[in-house]
Ligand binder design. Structure first.
Ligand code: AMP
Length: 402
């Protein structure tokens, strides 16, 4: 079965075409800068890569371009669109309602629409992606995979904020958590690599990219996570604050900042960018720190210290802890950050292997010493593969029955 995975953002759509259940990637690519005159389509099939720059007015047109290139005689991966039996969509917010991926029907669409209120920056684009796919591939089964689903197992004690309870009842203000597909993927993969049943496996997963979050996973299920009601809480991120005293907002409001400015400040101007004053990109900061820039160095240190603190917190709810897993652009590629986070934790049974940490050889690797009670691993995330797996699992019985 051919499964097309779609990740629709505000101005881009990323896609991957899978042959399932083999999990083979037949083609992948993206349309970026949707709505601009110089939108860019990048498409890879086998060893060939094509790039096209032309105006792509909206997501519907972007979907049209993606489907055209998938069946293109030279660059395409399939002969006709009817081969695409299923489309798996990344959807950021599924509220408390969706504990797993769902075949899209009117009820599911209505709920995703309802959660626009909770994720105004993400769900509208995800919806547009689903509608464009429905329009262009009316016979395909559409499946929605929610970033929040993996975290619906978090118990009340961990998801409830100490705000007046009515806010939860009235507005569903609580911790939801995000990056769930990634946390689930690397937790399952780590269990497999350690040869432990996934439902008996305890791990702390650290997704460190431009957005960053951690999850405490007990018996294969998320029991706590660093992101909250929105993806702003928790770790220091590229441009987001993570945890900070909310009274700072009242203070700044008193100084004349309005809601819009505070929102931009917390989501777009803080984090690594805010502290360093120069970049939200870890590679740039590492370079600058090496050249002696003190604020770039400070940004990296604050970033790493926050992760370390959350490891400490999550250790108290996982007994035993089998593994700590690093993933995401920074988690997978920055030995420096992993070192700052993991060194000198021997007293907790976490023994870091500095040499293994530096090795470039393997994409998946262990960076703890053989005598460490807790294995530290680097595992590249693959949210698309996880979405393709879910879409296939849900769609295969339906496709067979019809
Ligand atoms: P993501 O959002 O997962 O794509 O991650 C993006 C982040 O990963 C950016 O801060 C990049 O600078 C960082 N990153 C990617 N490659 C490296 C690398 N080799 N060393 C340090 N950071 C990296």
């Amino acid at each position: 079965m051919k499964v097309l995975v779609i990740n629709a953002g505000s101005s881009s759509i990323k896609y991957q075409l899978y042959d399932m259940p083999a999990g083979q990637v037949l083609a992948k690519g993206s349309v970026e800068k949707i709505g601009d005159d110089d939108s860019k389509l990048t498409h890879r099939c086998g060893s060939q890569t094509t790039t096209r720059e032309e105006a792509v007015a909206d997501h519907k047109m972007a979907m049209q371009r993606i489907l055209e290139i998938l069946v293109d005689k030279q660059m395409g991966a399939i002969a006709e669109l009817a081969e695409i039996a299923t489309v798996g969509h990344r959807v950021v917010h599924g509220g408390e309602e969706f504990t797993g991926s769902m075949i899209v029907d009117d009820r599911v669409l209505a709920s995703i629409e309802k959660f626009v209120d909770l994720a105004p920056l993400h769900n509208p684009h995800n919806l547009v992606g689903i509608r464009a796919a429905q329009d262009k591939l009316p016979d395909a089964i559409q499946v929605a995979c929610f970033d929040t689903a993996f975290h619906t197992s978090i118990p009340e004690v961990a998801y409830m904020y100490a705000l007046p309870y009515e806010l939860y009842e009235k507005y569903r203000v609580r911790r939801y958590g995000f990056h769930g597909t990634s946390h689930r993927y690397v937790a399952r993969r780590a269990a497999t690599l350690m040869d432990i049943d996934k439902y008996q496996f305890n791990t702390i997963t650290c997704h460190l990219g431009n957005g960053c979050s951690m999850a405490a996973v007990r018996n294969g299920r998320s029991i706590d996570t660093s992101m909250g009601f929105t993806p702003l809480e928790g770790l220091v991120m590229g441009t987001r604050t993570g945890d900070f005293d909310p009274a700072i907002l009242f203070y700044l409001a008193d100084k004349g900042y309005d809601m819009g400015q505070l929102n931009t400040l917390c989501n777009k101007k803080s984090g690594l960018l805010g502290i360093s004053g120069v970049s939200n990109d870890m590679r740039t900061l590492e370079q600058l720190a090496e050249e002696g820039n003190p604020r770039a160095k400070l940004a990296i240190e604050v970033f790493s210290y926050r992760v370390r603190k959350y490891i400490g917190a999550f250790l108290t709810v996982l007994n035993p802890l089998h593994a700590i897993v690093f993933t995401g652009g920074i988690g997978e590629n920055s030995p420096l950050v992993r070192k700052l986070i993991c060194q000198d934790l021997d007293h907790l049974g976490i023994r870091f292997d500095a040499q293994a940490n530096e090795t470039e050889k393997a994409r998946e690797k262990t960076i703890s010493s053989a005598d460490s009670d807790v294995r530290i691993m680097v595992i590249p995330t693959n949210e698309e593969e996880a979405i393709a797996g879910d879409a296939f699992e849900l769609a295969a019985p339906v496709a067979k029955a019809t």
